[in-house]
Design a protein around this ligand. Sequence first.
Ligand SMILES: NC(=O)c1ccc[n+]([C@@H]2O[C@H](COP(=O)([O-])OP(=O)(O)OC[C@H]3O[C@@H](n4cnc5c(N)ncnc54)[C@H](OP(=O)(O)O)[C@@H]3O)[C@@H](O)[C@H]2O)c1
Length: 275
Amino acid sequence: MTSTSLPTPNAATVEDTAMIERIFPHATLLSGAELDQELLAAPPENGAAVRPWVSFNFISSIDGAATMDGLSGKLGNPWDLRVFSLLRQTADVILVGAATIRAEGYGGELLSAPAQRWRHDHWLPEHPPLAIVSGSLNLDPDLEVFTQAPVRPLILTLESALDVAPRDRVATLAEVAELVTVGKDALDPALVISELAARNYKRIHSEGGPTLLGTFAAAGKVDELNLTVSPLLVGGPAGRIAHGPQASAAASAMSLTRILKADSMLFLRYVHQPN
Ligand SMILES: NC(=O)c1ccc[n+]([C@@H]2O[C@H](COP(=O)([O-])OP(=O)(O)OC[C@H]3O[C@@H](n4cnc5c(N)ncnc54)[C@H](OP(=O)(O)O)[C@@H]3O)[C@@H](O)[C@H]2O)c1
């Protein structure tokens, strides 16, 4: 990545020996290396071996802002980078909305060399592909996310977008990515999941943004939410981590399964437990 403020594998990191508190479950201090082990181990409620599992990762200020100056990077710190990168490391596919791609400038390798080696040693392809959600196909094929991709990305789009978008743009995008339709006029999260699972991508890890999370939340298709709470009061017009035209008919209840704390930054993990 060149022009992004998203955490990247090459940004400042915390030392393996630096300590972070695990507050819940079982309060203890963990070194960075122990944190790696813990987050890379499959959590017991993760059913990805049996069925697709959809996790999201977000950062928010304490007053609920999902961005500062239009990007998420200024909310984070090196511990957030470490957690962000670890959550990415076990994914079969990384799902991201087009506006996040356009704003944050994804591109190039998404994982560090040690993370790629770890995946190789755990029988995973070294690079998880990106699956980019776009309802309009308003994506520039010359973006680094396409030209520098270590593996061919997918673009998840709508039948209506294929009808409306300029033919030459559709053709050029089809050269740099696999185009998959996941709805006629509206995105169907169940279809997103089944299309990805059909390609054997069962650990579906999403890095946002808010429109995408809002759509999945409204459809009750979020299995896991990792939320970093950044100790900043931002104010201003920033939106929250999920939004959309429609709330879910019944809000999804989530159970808190982990709390980590580094300085005043909290790392919360919630899991949806169906009745
Ligand atoms: N705090 C965080 O952790 C975090 C994480 C990620 C992003 N962000 C921030 O969030 C902002 C972007 O917000 P956003 O909500 O616009 O991001 P987004 O969800 O990444 O992108 C929205 C775009 O993705 C496509 N899309 C997503 N859901 C869709 C749906 N249900 N139906 C059809 N198309 C869909 C559309 O693409 P087309 O426009 O191509 O049709 C839509 O315009 C950026 O400022 C970014 O920095 C923050």
